[in-house]
Design a protein. Structure first.
Length: 292
């Protein structure tokens, strides 16, 4: 996707999310749970952010629009704690997969693969952490086959023969299995911000890398502008565990500090930009050639 197309699509999505935020703010049901309060705070952040012009021409509708509509419709039950984000998805099979594999989420997986495939040493072994529904995994499996191990905390997401390679159960909030690793490269797409303790998780991942190995992670960022403008989908993801009760997206500076604190070196990034908005992108870091 070229830069002008991304800019137009993101501007439209941001404006759409802002309209949903304003409908939640106007609703008579006040937030009655910690989760609902986080959703409401995200709505207020969108509401108070500077307005932006509508893009010229039509842009495609995606699953993100559908889920934002559902969020507004179900706000009364979300506000009182009768529903959570997982309930919304269970009642609509296939929607979560669409959300995680359509634009804009697909762009993070695409950029990670582009970065991994740049000229250089060919990875001999790859671990993906937090594979989820396989937005990145399917792409990795096609390219790397048996060299890939994909992992998630949910056993149902790592069933055998789902893709070439091997699926393993690994919760990055806990120590990895003793027979896991080491790997040339560890990759993660919009997963590590969900860690209960980002520093501990990065330390565990560093121990899974070969000396001099590489961590490659695609992560969104919020805010997306210096004036504090939030990412368009902060509102949507605030309905889900692992977001409202953890950090949500971190900034690139926060990731750099955390990686440095855990002994990673040679930290770099490729930004995913949509006009004036910095949507995050891909960061990489080297293990540091030895373990402490």
């Amino acid at each position: 996707m070229n830069g002008s197309e991304r800019t137009a699509r993101y501007a439209e999505l941001w404006r759409y999310a802002r309209s949903i935020a304003e409908s939640i703010i106007r609703d008579a049901h006040p937030p009655g749970t910690a989760r609902a309060l986080q959703i409401h705070r995200a709505a207020l952040s969108l509401h108070h952010a500077p307005e932006r012009a509508a893009p010229q021409g039509g842009v495609p509708r995606t699953a993100a629009h559908d889920v934002l509509d559902i969020l507004a419709k179900e706000w009364p039950r979300l506000a009182t704690g009768r529903l959570d984000g997982a309930d919304l998805m269970r009642a609509r099979p296939g929607l979560w997969r669409r959300l995680m594999t359509e634009w804009p989420m697909m762009e993070y997986a695409d950029l990670l693969l582009e970065t991994l495939e740049k000229p250089g040493a060919e990875p001999t072994s790859i671990l993906e952490v937090g594979c989820g529904v396989g937005n990145t995994t399917a792409r990795l499996a096609t390219r790397y086959g048996a060299r890939l191990v994909w992992s998630d905390r949910e056993p149902s997401l790592v069933r055998p023969h789902r893709w070439p390679g091997q699926g393993r159960v690994f919760d990055f909030d806990a120590d990895p299995p003793s027979d896991l690793g080491p790997f040339t490269v560890v990759v993660a797409t919009n997963a590590l911000h969900c860690a209960a303790d980002v520093n501990r998780t990065l330390s565990r991942i560093r121990r899974l890398l070969e000396p001099g190995g590489t961590l490659l992670m695609a992560e969104g960022s919020s805010p997306t502008r210096a004036d504090g403008t939030p990412w368009a989908l902060d509102l949507l993801f605030s309905a889900f565990d692992g977001w409202w009760n953890r950090s949500g997206f971190l900034t690139r500076a926060e990731w750099t500090d955390a990686l440095t604190a855990q002994g990673f070196t040679d930290i770099g990034f490729t930004a995913l930009k949509a006009g004036e908005d910095d949507l995050g992108g891909v960061m990489w870091a080297t293990e540091g050639a030895h373990h402490d």
